[in-house]
Design a protein around this ligand. Sequence first.
Ligand SMILES: *Cc1c(COP(=O)(O)O)cnc(C)c1O
Length: 371
Amino acid sequence: MIPAAYAVLNIDAAKHNLAQVRKHAPHAKIMAVIKANGYGHGLLRIAQALKPVDAFAVARVDEGIRLRQAGIKTPITVLEGFSCNEELDELIRYQLDAVVHSSCQLEIFAQRPEKNQLSIWLKMDTGMNRLGFKPAEFNTVYAQLQDCAIVKQPINLMTHLANADIKTDDSSSDQISLFKDTINKLQLNTVSINELSIANSAGILAWPSAITDWVRPGVMLYGISPFADSTGSQLNLKPIMSLHSRLIAVKQLNKGDKVGYAGTWICPEDTNLGVVAIGYGDGYPRYAKAGTPVLVNGQRVPLIGRVSMDMITVDLGSQPNAKAGDPVTLWGEDLAVEEIAQCAETIPYTLVCGITQRVQIVEKSALLTSN
Ligand SMILES: *Cc1c(COP(=O)(O)O)cnc(C)c1O
């Protein structure tokens, strides 16, 4: 039985998208970002699909542990590092690399006499004002870390861009120069062996000077554009995820009838209404506005009325023959998730990350072989 709401994952698309990263950054090593359950696509599934990369990045220690317990041997960087001795123990035990970004972590290191246990990325805050050390303190921190017993040398160096998705914003060039200039001035002559990393997906696609020893693509690997003004397919990427459901009821409405909670939609003319089995309980965005496109039998129809937990309603005026059971696509190859994100005033990252447990995941290859 096909469940009402399901997501089809085209795993082959991950390989295509990885090849696109390589095309943009042919000389860089790739750290594939698979945090937040592989952006909603499944942590282990995506790790398996992207196995040829040089490293993975996750946000939290427990995500790294899950990968190791599943037998993944690839280097893994934990982007939030650790914030207590216990987490540091886990990093060492599971051979996970840590981002070092705050003085609390230096205090923890100072209590640890073990030698050469942990590979680190030292993070510079060049303007995002989230994690990292300021350029002014970077030299001191770097020197301190060179004397930390537990830290393996050499130390790698990274920063993160705050506005890389806005191609007209100079602050990315400023961040990139600040990072490189600060590193060039480090009062140590081992700098040449430190590896550097700046670029996320938007950095890879829009800021060539952000492409250094390592790149850290996330969203583009899933076939999604990091930019508000383009879709993944316009950037030669292929979406991995498509979200589907079906019509469960069709009914005739008259001009003036109100649809859904709070009656926010009032029919401007007689029409057919379709009820689709998907809602915010599945991760479909609650704030998708009236007019958001939905594909019924492959044709666009507009969402009308409020999104509820288990259902949405669409205007089937253009499809008088549509009936219960007909297939519906909410986003995917034929309907860009970027467009749906715009209609819901969010970014596509939140949509794919937000798919809930109720949505059954079907891998495309499995689908083909079971038919
Ligand atoms: C999430 C993240 C990335 C990947 O960003 P995308 O926009 O998805 O490419 C890269 N670096 C860091 C530090 C991140 O937190």
